[in-house]
Design a binder for this molecule. Structure first.
Ligand code: ATP
Length: 579
């Protein structure tokens, strides 16, 4: 496939405001790709060059981009910077300054090879090598292609296409309709590699996709929790006669893969965080007795001297490239494992939770640095309440209740009633905060001139794969948060309403953002609203809105599709009315 074909599809994807059209465009594109290309096409559409977890980092910042344009244009970086200040986008700068007309001959595979080579360049001289490789690519490409090459290199594709949109398009292209998405979604949830799912579907059909299974060192999308308004609802919702009530830790979710001595750790966003936790790597190697295993759990900062858990922010200080071992020494991490997804060469996803738990206890030698999550098994609400209160006293944030039924499988990527969290009520009206995606902002006035006055927040509607607005939020930001807003949001800024963002005209913001940044928001209650589009009912022209929203914190570890869903907000609204 010619890169030109892909670029003209990118342009049409950017221009459309309809998700269905997006799917149709992608379906045609994917149907035309060969088995070797189809995976690359999926990655490129998502703005990546490999599966999300591979974290192939192109490392192309503004300086490298400017140097490459200068080299391809035969000018100096200062003129490139001047043009960038005027035009604001390196794609436009490249179009203006590089005189070579380029050609239509470049193929998708060639672009992928060159970008991978740029990503792989390391060691002395690698910065220059990246510049010259990128310059060669830019010189050979046409002006519109240059724009997308630069965006891919910078990791800022911003087409507004999500993984579920691609899965819908694959289903439409190869299985006749997007209603056929579930088996593809399942394969994606356990492999976390959309390119692999696409390639397998193209080559081996649904049969091959169904055979995709758990693989060591490839992350599985984590199972998530739901919430309820009252503790008394938990047992009924879960629906098994007895449930497990586990401690809920406020640390970082870590999936640990052990393959002999080889240990890989993945974050909740499926990025490889092995280097951030050298201590957890050691504990897994030393205390997990099975030769191969995949554990799901939480890294927590536990203060062994005081016997208390330290807050989540303490661990986040490890999100760094340098001096990791120094920081790890200051803040030792403990691993609390709450699930076992694979053991002794076999997947455990389809074993019940009690079976997985029993095996988990068998394979972890208890040590103060690594152990299975503490828990009780109970069949009554008083039992849950007692354990919950004891957890709060120990400085934990609550409990996670889990089904013990025969079909309590590990549902990768799902947020269903099998796992319910119950936390200390820190919101006066709602039993929990919401995690919302910023999709727009209004210009600030007065004291907020020069930054944004408020941001437009959306929930994720999983069924429709849309981001639907819930509230405009200006409260809760400190002065530092406020002045930092433009910088935080810069990479997501786009010229027009992204296709998967649903906004009513009355709520249209001054600036648009591709769904990327997630914030935690505290609110008083959910109400019906003619303005916001969350769970939009076209007949009644009503959606749901969050009243009195306040900013709590950034949730950088969450992807937009992991935000609170429209279905969860609908459930919160219904429960509010029942109380
Ligand atoms: P929250 O904001 O409430 O911490 P979240 O929005 O990050 O939660 P949820 O799916 O709502 O994500 O809550 C589940 C999270 O709680 C998991 O992602 C995991 O990191 C954490 N957790 C802590 N202890 C447990 C446990 N015992 N079982 C499952 N998850 C746990």
């Amino acid at each position: 496939m010619k890169f030109a074909t892909l670029v003209s599809c990118f342009e049409r994807l950017e221009a459309t405001s309809s998700r269905n059209e997006m799917i149709a465009l992608l379906a045609r594109l994917l149907a035309a790709a060969t088995p070797d290309e189809i995976g690359i096409v999926c990655y490129f559409v998502l703005g990546e060059i490999g599966p999300g977890y591979s974290e192939v980092n192109l490392g192309i910042g503004d300086r490298t981009a400017a140097a490459a344009i200068a080299l391809a244009a035969g000018t100096d970086p200062a003129s490139v910077d001047a043009a960038a200040r005027e035009l604001g986008d390196y794609g436009d700068v490249a179009a203006r300054l590089i005189a070579a007309p380029g050609g239509e001959a470049l193929s998708v595979a060639e672009i992928h090879r060159s970008l991978s080579e740029i990503a792989g360049a390391s060691g002395p001289g690698s910065a220059d090598r990246k510049v010259s490789l990128l310059a060669e690519l830019l010189a050979a490409a046409t002006p519109p292609q240059r724009r997308y090459i630069l965006r891919l290199a910078a990791g800022e594709m911003r087409l507004g296409v999500g993984d579920m949109t691609i899965l819908d398009a694959l289903a439409e292209a190869f299985l006749g309709s997007k209603a056929q998405r579930p088996p593809l979604e399942h394969a994606y949830n356990i492999s976390s590699d959309i390119g692999r799912v696409a390639r397998t579907l193209r080559e081996e059909g649904l049969f091959g996709v169904r055979a995709i299974t758990v693989t060591l060192h490839k992350p599985i999308r984590p199972m998530l929790t739901r919430r309820v308004a009252r503790i008394s609802e938990i047992l009924e919702r879960i629906g098994s006669p007895v449930i497990a009530v586990e401690e809920k830790y406020d640390g970082e979710r870590i999936q640990a893969h052990k393959d002999g001595d080889d240990v890989t750790l993945f974050s909740r966003r499926l990025t490889d965080v092995t280097h951030q936790y050298p201590d957890i790597v050691r504990h897994v190697r030393q205390y997990v007795t099975a030769d191969t295993a995949i554990l799901d759990g939480e890294a927590v900062a536990f203060d062994h001297e005081t016997g208390t858990y330290r807050p989540f922010q303490t661990l986040m200080r490890r999100r760094r490239k340098y001096r990791v071992s120094e920081v790890a020494g200051e803040i030792p991490a403990t691993y609390r494992a709450f699930d076992l997804l694979y053991v002794d060469g076999e997947s455990c996803l389809y074993r019940s939770y009690p079976e997985r738990r029993a095996k988990l206890e068998e394979v972890i030698g208890r040590d103060e640095h690594i152990s299975p999550a503490d828990r009780i098994v109970t069949g009554d609400t008083d039992g849950i309440t007692e354990f919950y209160l004891a957890c709060i006293e120990r400085g934990l944030e609550g409990v996670v209740c889990k089904s013990c039924a025969d079909d309590s499988f590990y549902r990768a990527g799902a947020r269903e009633w099998q796992w319910i969290k119950w936390k200390s009520d820190y919101a006066p009206g709602l039993s929990d905060t919401l995690d919302l995606v910023i999709v727009g902002a209004n210009a600030g006035r007065g004291k907020r001139a020069g930054t944004y006055g408020s941001v437009l927040c959306a929930a994720y509607n999983h069924e429709e794969d849309l981001f639907q607005t819930v509230c405009g939020m200006g409260a809760g930001f400190s002065d530092v948060d406020l002045s930092d807003l433009p910088r935080r949001l810069a990479a997501a800024k786009v010229d027009r309403q992204p296709a998967r963002v649903m906004v009513n005209p009355q709520a249209a913001p001054d600036f648009w953002f591709a769904p990327a940044r997630v914030v935690e928001v505290l609110g008083l209650e959910i109400t019906e609203s003619p303005v916001h589009t969350c769970n939009w009912d076209p007949e009644r022209r009503r959606g749901l809105a969050l009243r009195f929203p306040r900013f709590v914190r950034w949730r950088d570890e969450k992807s937009p599709e992991q935000a609170t869903t429209a279905a969860e907000i609908a459930a919160m609204f219904r429960r509010q009315r029942e109380v």
